[in-house]
Design a protein. Structure first.
Length: 90
């Protein structure tokens, strides 16, 4: 399992590092630069907040983010061995 070195990008202070949140544009740029991840899924969660799943299909690294109304993105989970699945394969 990989750890999130993007926390260095996100760290606006100790509280930001602990919560794994930061400005959405910086989080997305960091995931693209560090892990080669791009948006693979977008949806609205039950709480009404946008959710994005970032994926690097070549390496399988992925990150799940929730986007807050104030422009902050928070990492919910991340991992390895992710892959795109065709709708008819489910």
């Amino acid at each position: 399992m990989r750890y999130l070195p993007i926390l260095a990008i996100l760290a606006a202070g100790p509280a930001a590092a602990q919560s794994q949140c930061g400005p959405a544009d910086q989080v997305l740029e960091g995931l693209a630069a560090q892990w080669g991840e791009y948006v693979a899924f977008m949806g609205i969660a039950a709480n009404g907040l946008p959710l994005e799943i970032m994926l690097n299909p070549a390496t399988g690294s992925w990150t799940a983010l929730v986007l807050l109304p104030d422009g902050v993105a928070c990492v919910l989970a991340s991992g390895d061995d992710g892959e795109r699945v065709a709708p008819d394969a489910i």
